[in-house]
Design a protein around this ligand. Structure first.
Ligand code: HEM
Length: 491
């Protein structure tokens, strides 16, 4: 469920009705000169020496380590302030002073996702309207309704993996996790079957989505003056990708509209089409529904597939962690083919493995926060209303002040209830923060815990001997080229 600071049902827009478009740090941070930047800054182009357009987040992580908990980077006239220190990130989580900022990569998705829930500006009325209509779609009751469909999709994965195990073939983990999570959100949310498991290649929806995300990331990092030229071919392909996404979604909606509405299952699409706001009676427009369907199909699978892939990497690489997680699944679930909804949250250790994977590799690796009023960050850095900073979750999750002196070490026991209580709040933020935090958090955690439990009971996971973790970025993170061999377990 979304962590909301406003009562569900409120129609007050969130504050922050500032103009859109990129706002450079120069305008918002009057004492910007006091924030460190990389040493070899070049006139005109900025901090581009050593920058890799394919890995901007990992680059920023290396720079942040050298420069400290607040730093800035400039590329081609765009200056951005990054924050990762635990104390500063906690300040930015204060909803009385800061709110989500829609900028950079998120804003680049506006052409396709518009004022859908993820990309809406805080002041756009459709954010609150859609939030209030859709939040009940993630209630406990709704989740329990999705559970059998999640199991059915997991069954398709294990059918495929049984075949690979029998043939001694390694599986493509990110590819198969993407199939799994796309089918799961498509079927539970929209009653749609992409048939991903019957295909040898990714569904064209996935190809178009990856194209759009990659394009959005490139637009972040290229010089604005040259971007139209450098991205001319990419722009054309992006237009085709967006048209494909829109067509697919229009078909999904048309199919549902044509179906007999009576006795409908009450999934997300039903909510979008049929449910009026409980206070105002207002409904989502056809155009907004299109935006929401794309938003949920993309946001609902891309990050979860990464989270599952990283968790499987660590389970395969750490036999002692794997054995403990498996023992828990076997003990709590026994041999039942279909663990019940309530049984999933009982896999406490498996959940810790997932949390620890999301700590080291938060698959949505950053989020932006803007000042609601003139303020001073950390008592040191004045910010004007509308000034914003990017919280680098990946470094926040490795800040020694919050996580101890071995933050790089993978240790699920960091998430025992006692260890969590001992840490300050706001230091673990894989799902963002405040009113605009992830609405699908429980959905993702339920799906991922269920699938990990099922896979652990069924297979020994064998890493490839020469595998070294490298992380691919396309706004989200994914372990590149992760393949595992599977040995079917007895029972
Ligand atoms: C492990 C999986 C997931 C991760 C790491 C994740 C991460 C995030 C983060 C960090 C945000 C806030 C972004 C910001 O502040 O700019 C967010 C928002 C959002 N997420 Fe997720 N997410 C996950 C799964 C899901 C799922 C399964 C769904 C849908 C079924 C979903 C739908 C959304 C939506 C609609 C928003 C925008 C919420 C709003 O602004 O009101 N996410 N997510």
């Amino acid at each position: 469920m979304a962590q909301t600071t406003q009562p569900t049902g409120s129609t007050e827009p969130l504050p922050g009705n500032l103009p859109k478009g990129f706002r450079g740090a120069e305008a918002g941070w009057p004492e910007l000169h006091r924030i460190p930047h990389p040493p070899r800054r070049l006139p005109l182009v900025g901090d581009v020496i050593g920058a890799n357009v394919r890995t901007p987040v990992q680059d920023s992580m290396a720079i942040g380590r050298a420069l400290g908990p607040v730093f800035r980077r400039k590329a081609f006239g765009k200056e951005i302030v990054f924050v990762w220190g635990a104390r500063l990130a906690a300040e930015l989580a204060d909803e009385a002073r800061f709110a989500k900022h829609v900028g950079l990569g998120v804003a680049n998705l506006r052409p396709v996702a518009g004022d859908g829930l993820f990309t809406a500006y805080n002041h756009e009325p459709n954010w609150q309207l859609a939030h209030d209509i859709l939040a009940p779609g993630f209630s406990r009751e709704a989740m329990a309704g999705y559970h059998p469909l999640m199991l059915a999709v997991a069954g398709q994965l294990t059918d495929r993996w049984d075949g690979a195990a029998a043939a001694g073939r390694a599986v493509d983990v990110p590819g198969d996790m993407t199939k799994l999570t796309l089918e799961t959100i498509a079927r539970t949310g929209f009653g749609h079957d992409f048939g991903s498991f019957e295909r040898s290649r990714p569904h064209p929806f996935v190809t178009a989505m990856v194209g759009t995300l990659t394009h959005a990331q490139r637009r972040n990092v290229l010089p604005p003056a040259l971007a139209p030229l450098l991205l001319r071919r990419s722009e054309r392909r992006n237009a085709a990708d967006m048209a494909y996404l829109n067509r697919t979604v229009d078909e999904v909606v048309a199919t549902r509209r044509a179906a007999d509405a009576s006795g409908a299952p009450g999934d997300l699409l039903d909510r979008m089409l049929d449910v009026a706001h409980p206070d105002t009676g207002e409904r989502l427009s056809a155009e907004n529904i299109r935006r929401q369907v794309i938003t949920f199909l993309v946001a609902g699978h891309e990050t979860t597939s990464g989270a599952l892939s990283f968790a499987l990497h660590y389970l395969a690489a750490r036999p002692e962690v794997c054995a403990r997680a498996r023992a828990e699944a076997e003990q709590v679930w026994g041999r039942t083919e279909a663990p019940a909804y309530e049984q999933v949250a009982k896999l406490r250790y498996v959940r810790r493995v997932l949390d620890e994977s999301l700590r080291l590799w938060p698959t949505a690796p950053a989020f932006a926060r803007e000042a609601l009023h003139d303020t001073v960050l950390d008592g040191t850095h004045p910010m004007r209303r509308g000034a914003w900073a990017l919280v680098l979750t990946m470094l926040l999750h490795r800040d020694e002040e919050a996580w101890g002196d071995r933050p790089e070490a993978f240790d699920p026991d960091r998430f025992t209830p006692a260890a969590v209580r001992a840490r300050p709040p706001h230091v673990f933020k894989p799902f963002g923060t405040g009113a605009r935090a992830c609405i699908g958090r429980q959905f993702a955690l339920h799906e991922a815990t269920l699938v990990l439990g099922l896979l652990l009971r069924r297979y020994d996971l064998v890493p490839e001997a020469d595998f070294r973790l490298r992380v691919a970025e396309r706004l989200t993170l994914m372990p590149e080229g992760l393949r595992l061999r599977l040995v079917r377990r007895a029972g």
